[in-house]
Design a protein around this ligand. Structure first.
Ligand code: DLL
Length: 430
């Protein structure tokens, strides 16, 4: 069963629709977003140069940096009185990227999330335990609003408070859950430690997981330990949030909602569009968004695409699970972190030097971020109390900028190993 007829359109019909939407979007950004008008003019492109889907390759790319430089609302194509929701996620330096939704964008979001939930077989008879973070992050509220629209009862449990979550999961009898894969495993581990009998005490039958990479092994482990179907959800705030693509019960590949989000795979270095089956960077153009339409957004996510229809009957193209990133973004328990953001925070604090090292590790099933920072040679504080105060201050600043707690170690001046080439800032042990 599909949620909407566009999921199984014959390809020619789908392409016709995509071209129509693309032309509308190009007109919209050209006339309403000065950033795009300028870019188009610099490249000598006019909206009516786009006469086929292949012409999309003539259009400029949009990068995370462009959103940051137009902070906060510079890329919106509507007046603020038409915006009904704002979310935000990490940028590459101090400033976050900000995204805005009109009422019609909220409808699109609910529509694509409706498709995701339908892939997991959810109906209004289900009870959804939403263990995805709420707040500026698009995850929690993205799942939440769509579930409500489908009349699925939703428990806004967000993340953390593991023991209480387990109690609610058992006592409320939720049939479906959302979260990051790492949190799903962490919950299972804690359930065992607290003496729950996972198969007997919980009624879960399906889970919707995403926001961070997970290997096939990890996905199978989650599905087995909870005894559930694993539906993978992919998305990013710049495009809409969760719901850009998802797997179904028949395929590990993710169906891209390409009637709303046009995908291309490019060579990240040359920008050249690659053929189906080749791995490269996923680039997405929104086709129906009003608040923040975006042209050829470089997601940084590495994957490949296939247009072979799925056994489930959907004709939408599919991507493989994200296999890596083309930039240095780290995903820590679903939260995006750029080393440059950390550097930006550290650079503004006195008493420390700019020599630091970031270590990402697994603690149990969760990600843990440790940062070693060298004290400056001039640091005069000599008692433990002053060091503790300085450490707290840095941790507080990092929490403010990154939205995550980091384990910080202040180390002696010159104790971090220097490298001869590029500084080894990040050690990812996961
Ligand atoms: O992570 C939206 C989301 C929420 C997706 C909940 C799924 C579930 P951002 O915070 O903007 O949005 O981060 C987007 O997260 O470019 C990927 O690098 C990574 N990511 C998202 N989903 C997956 C996934 C949300 N299924 C960035 N597998 C993206 C691997 C993922 N990486």
């Amino acid at each position: 069963m599909t949620f909407s007829k566009n999921e199984s359109l014959p390809r020619e019909k789908l392409r016709k629709l995509q071209l129509e939407y693309l032309q509308e979007t190009v007109l919209r950004v050209y006339h309403l977003v000065p950033f795009y008008k300028k870019k188009f003019e610099q490249m000598g492109i006019k909206p009516n140069d786009i006469t086929s889907l292949e012409d999309i390759a003539k259009l400029p790319f949009t990068k995370k940096q462009d959103l940051r430089e137009n902070y906060p609302f510079g890329l919106f194509s509507v007046d603020m009185d038409q915006i009904v929701r704002i979310h935000s996620s990490s940028g590459t330096t101090g400033k976050p990227t900000v995204v805005g939704y009109t009422e019609s964008d909220m409808d699109i979001w609910a529509e694509v999330m409706g498709r995701v939930f339908t892939m997991g077989g959810l109906t209004s008879k289900d009870l959804l335990h939403n263990a995805t973070g709420y707040g500026l992050f698009t995850g929690g509220l993205g799942f939440h609003s769509a579930a409500e629209r489908m009349k699925i009862a939703v428990i806004p449990s967000s993340t953390g408070f593991t023991s209480r979550q387990l109690l609610l999961l058992r006592d409320f009898g939720a049939t479906a859950i959302t979260g990051t894969p790492s949190f799903a495993l962490h919950l299972a581990e804690r359930a065992k430690a607290e003496g729950y009998d996972i198969q007997k005490d919980f009624k879960l039958r399906v889970g919707f997981f995403g926001a961070e990479p997970a290997s096939e092994g990890l996905k199978n482990e989650i599905a087995n330990v909870w005894g559930i179907d694993y539906i993978e959800v992919y998305g990013l705030s710049e495009i809409i949030g969760p719901g850009v693509a998802s797997s179904c019960k028949h395929s590990h590949l993710l169906h891209v909602n390409e009637d709303h989000f046009y995908p291309e795979i490019i060579d990240p270095q040359s920008g050249e569009v690659l053929e189906d089956g080749k791995r490269g960077e996923l680039v997405i153009t929104t086709l129906t968004k009003q608040g923040l339409p975006i042209i050829r957004y470089k997601t940084g996510d590495i994957t490949s695409i296939t247009r072979i229809p799925c056994r489930c009957g959907r004709t939408l193209c599919r991507i493989e699970s994200i296999v890596g990133r083309s930039d240095d973004m780290l995903v820590i328990n679903g939260v995006n972190v750029f080393p440059s953001q950390i550097e930006h925070v550290l650079s503004k604090i006195s008493d420390i030097s700019i020599n630091y090292q970031i270590i990402a590790e697994k603690q149990g099933y969760l990600d843990k971020l440790e940062i070693d920072v060298e004290l400056s040679e001039d640091f005069m504080g000599d008692d433990v109390c002053e060091l503790e105060q300085l450490k707290k201050k840095i941790q507080h600043e990092l929490l403010n900028a990154l939205y995550i707690n980091v384990n910080l170690r202040l180390v002696a001046p010159r104790s971090i190993k220097r490298s001869e080439g590029k500084a080894l800032r990040v050690i990812d042990k996961r």
